[in-house]
Design a binder for this molecule. Structure first.
Ligand code: PMT
Length: 477
């Protein structure tokens, strides 16, 4: 029976089912959507029909299943065009390697690809297949292409597959697929699901459930700052901001999943950090500065990548009272600017490379803007970073505290890249994809396995310096 409430109340969803053994799970997915209040119609490929037939889905959805790209509805409209126009989201689960390839290339040979091509509503895709098939570069390229379309990919999980082998290819837990659908429809996925249980698949935590096919950061040391700094006024009050730490933790989580050693320099936060990070607490800008300085000694930086997602307070009280200030007489706060930690770190890195050699790490800043991103190119230059990820924190679903973010990635040698509204984990994945490419282009030894204090100077040829800076090879000694 359908619930009257739910996170998808009265939302119209097309569930596209393709020919994977996981197709049987679509029946339960349909029920979960209905339990959340959604009105669901099903589209199937002919091979999906081979696996599970149409009768169960037609009975449960109360609607005919469209499995023929040429079929007409009772009202004379072509089925897949009607679906494209009548629904508010299309969810493809399971999505086979073949379907991903067809969709990536716009080949409308089945009602699901045809509906996706014809629609402008959000599309959620949950791949399921053999682990080798999923990790193949062709499949990965197709998944990347779908991401470029703005499709929300719900990554498959690692576990025992239909073949009996273990790998990443098992359809994501159905609750994750429902949550992703709630999110793309602008709902709050963290609010309680109507039916929280799925008998089909389990997932203990996002970090454990994701194992990307590529461990392309294995042996690398990635440092991430996350959360907001809190600058004390007195023992109970501070100047701070609303950073939850989610964006930085998403970067840390994806870097871990790609095989990196991750150090998280963590300010004030409201979510727990991934279990496998080395966490250094840094409540104030001064503490964060000390942690960054420890990682950038004169012998050379102790990391391959630095991502500064933290919201470092720009101002702090000039003095801090040792005791709680009473409310009598009001309060006038004198603030001073904090040091620019990212610019300072970039400078320390450059100085150490000039004197000791070694390869320059990839440096990434975030920029919190409101209303316009026009200041971002100047921040990119002024901070001396490779990438600046700008988010308009006044946009709905973007910036502080949200599970999603809409960012533009500025880099010093390419056009700015506008990404659609994505989950913070997806933003992290796309950012790290670009960092990996930049790392590969720079080459050089990794720091991931090097114990603190043992980074040898001059271990690799000097890396390319950022625009406007002296290349390390020409630097003064
Ligand atoms: O934590 P969440 O709730 O998930 O929110 C994510 C976020 C909005 C905090 C994140 O996406 C973000 O935008 N982080 C950067 C916030 C910020 O400080 O922006 P900024 O434009 O003021 O600073 C630009 C860069 O310089 C940042 O990388 C910042 O870490 C760094 N900075 C800023 C000030 C300062 N004194 N020292 C710095 O190093």
């Amino acid at each position: 029976m359908r619930e009257s409430g739910g996170r998808l109340k009265n939302r119209r969803i097309a569930l596209g089912i393709t020919g994977s053994i996981a197709a049987y799970k679509a029946v339960e997915l349909l029920r979960l959507f209905q339990n959340e209040g959604a009105d669901v119609r099903c589209l199937m490929t002919t091979s999906a029909v081979e696996f599970i037939g149409t009768l169960t889905l037609e009975t449960l959805s109360g609607r005919p299943v469209d499995s023929d790209v040429l079929s007409l509805q009772g009202d004379g409209r072509i089925g897949h065009i009607a679906a494209a126009h009548d629904v508010e989201a299309i969810v493809v689960a399971p999505a086979t390697a073949h379907w991903l390839g067809a969709m990536a290339h716009g080949l409308a040979g089945d009602p699901i690809t045809a509906a996706c091509l014809a629609t402008s509503v959000p599309v959620v895709v949950a791949p399921a297949m053999d682990g080798g098939m999923f990790s193949h570069p062709a499949t990965q390229a197709n998944v990347a292409r779908l991401r470029e379309f703005g499709y929300r990919i719900v990554e498959p999980e690692t576990g025992v597959l239909a073949s009996g082998m273990t790998g990443q290819g098992r359809l994501a837990s159905l609750n994750r697929i429902v949550d992703a659908t709630v999110e793309v429809l602008g709902g709050d996925a963290s609010s309680a699901p109507i039916v929280a249980t799925s008998t089909v698949a389990t997932s203990t935590s996002p970090a454990e459930s994701r194992t990307p096919a590529r461990r392309d950061l294995a042996g690398r040391h990635v440092v991430v700052t996350a959360g907001g700094t809190a600058e004390p006024i007195d023992p109970v009050r501070f100047v701070g901001n609303r950073s939850s730490g989610k964006m930085g933790m998403a970067v840390a989580e994806d870097a871990l999943a790609r095989g990196a050693t991750v150090t998280l320099i963590l300010g004030n936060h409201s979510v727990e950090p991934p279990a496998l990070c080395n966490v250094t607490r840094a409540e104030t800008a001064a503490e964060m500065q000390a942690a960054l300085r420890a990682l950038t000694p004169p012998e050379g930086p102790r990391f391959d990548v630095l991502v500064m997602a933290a919201a470092v307070a720009d101002f702090r009280p000039r003095t801090t009272s040792a005791t709680k200030i009473g409310r009598e007489g009001g309060m006038t706060l004198e603030l001073e600017a904090t040091p620019d930690l990212l610019a300072e770190t970039a400078e320390r890195v450059r100085d150490s490379i000039r004197t000791a050699g070694g390869r320059r790490p990839i440096l990434v800043g975030f920029a919190a803007e409101t209303g316009s991103l026009e200041r971002a190119p100047e921040k990119l230059r002024a901070k001396g970073v490779d990438f600046l990820v700008a988010n308009d924190v006044a946009e709905p679903g973007s910036g502080f505290g949200t599970d999603t973010n809409k960012v533009t990635i500025f880099s010093r040698d390419a056009e700015p890249e506008d990404l659609p509204l994505l989950s913070k984990l997806e933003v992290a994945e796309l950012l790290l994809d670009r960092i990996v490419v930049r790392l590969a282009a720079a080459g050089g030894a990794a720091k991931g396995e090097v114990p603190a204090g043992e980074v040898p100077a001059g271990e690799a040829p000097a890396g390319e310096a950022p625009a406007g800076e002296a290349p390390a090879g020409e630097a003064k000694r």
